[in-house]
Design a protein around this ligand. Sequence first.
Ligand code: BGP
Length: 483
Amino acid sequence: MIRKVPQDFLLGAALSAYQMEGAAGTDGREPSVWDAWLARPGSGYDGRAASDFYHHFEEDIAAAAAHGLRALTLSLSWSRILRANGTVNPDGLAFYDRVIDACRAHGVEPFVALYHFDLPDAYAREGWLAPGTTEAYLRYARVVFQHFGDRVRHFLTMKDPVTEITQGYITGLFPPGQHFALGRAVRALYKMLVAHAQAVLLYKSLSLGGSIGIAHRAEGVYPLRETKADLQAARRDDVLTNRMLLDIVLAGRMSLRTRSLIGEILPDGESFATNDEELEVLGRAAAALDFFGVNYYASHFCTKPTDGTSRITHNGVGERGTSAYEIAGISRRLSREDVPTTDWDWNIFPRGLYEMLLRLHEEYRAIPIYVTETGLGLHEHPTDSVLEDDDRIDYLRQHLAAVLDAMEDGVDVRGLFVWSLIDGLSWTNGYDKRYGLFYVDYATGSRFPKKSADWLRDLAERRLMLTLNAIHTRTTKSASDEN
Ligand code: BGP
């Protein structure tokens, strides 16, 4: 079947500061929590040089434009812009001025995220729970809005807070490296979402005329089998994976059901407090939000945990079948035999994206949606500057088809950004898991387009793509169907 991508549907790609910029000690940038985290003995890689976007941004943005991409999502580095002593680093602002000017010169719309996992180093021990994070974030947000607000029409307050929180407080794979601290995870996520809401209201109070959103990694959460126990596991997994954030960000309040599910996953004796002032801010910010970003890579199939022990085995090297994920009292995630997986054990399940888009549409207020990240990580070894990444093309085609299906069914999706424009650092996997449309040779800094970049250029020009199958046959119940 031939599908048509609407002419006004934005095709773009995504980048993040820490994963691509490098230049970690240049022009007054101060350390972020990731610098110390990846400097621990045995980590095996770090972000000091990354893809050196800092010195290659002109070339990378020009290449994106030449391949038909009309938009880029990029994050700014807080520690390049605001120093620990509270003063502004003009060289940090000047770098992003050059990046944004290059986007504009090439007709590429910048979607600027204030924040993507890289807290300043002062918060290394406690992460977002450290005192003063929200105040510092809002100071930083004000600097960014006031400086770039005349040229940037789309801001994101933050990207992917749920991943940051689950990896930081549950799996221990991100700083601050805590394990199975469910109560802290819930409180830290809530704190981040209140900060997000305050940033939305701050932006609106400045009347800059652009729009503001947030990106959430919206992974589908399904029961592995249609049993009561698996449905319960999926519901409990979903409340932290999606439901708490969606309620707060899109509805401005947590439903009673959401609160009761949070109660089910909190450890005995731990509670979760909110106050009226915060709730008022959340409500106003949800009503003022201009768009919602969906990052989608995979979904999860949940079953009942085996016993009272939590276990995480991280497959950080791409050896298929080596991962385990089980949180006592919540869920055990398993793969499904009929669903293919990547070398890193991420299932490839475009229907999860379709169903997530429908869930947002059916359960929350209508708001424009962008798929702010989707893509496939691969081991890649080019020969003579040629890389035939057909698996990535297939992945992108299937996920774009899922988006088009959702649009046909009434969901207002405005665009899709491929993760990522260029290869970069994968937070917990290093440099061997590549996502780029453009290959980066880390030894020389040179880049070249992969076959997927050429495929995307043809798609952008002709707006036609071949889809293999209709995605949206519903055969599986998701956690949200149950409520
Ligand atoms: C998202 C992050 C991205 C990117 C992506 C791929 O959650 O927002 O920054 O890293 O995941 O993940 P990974 O690099 O772990 O494969």
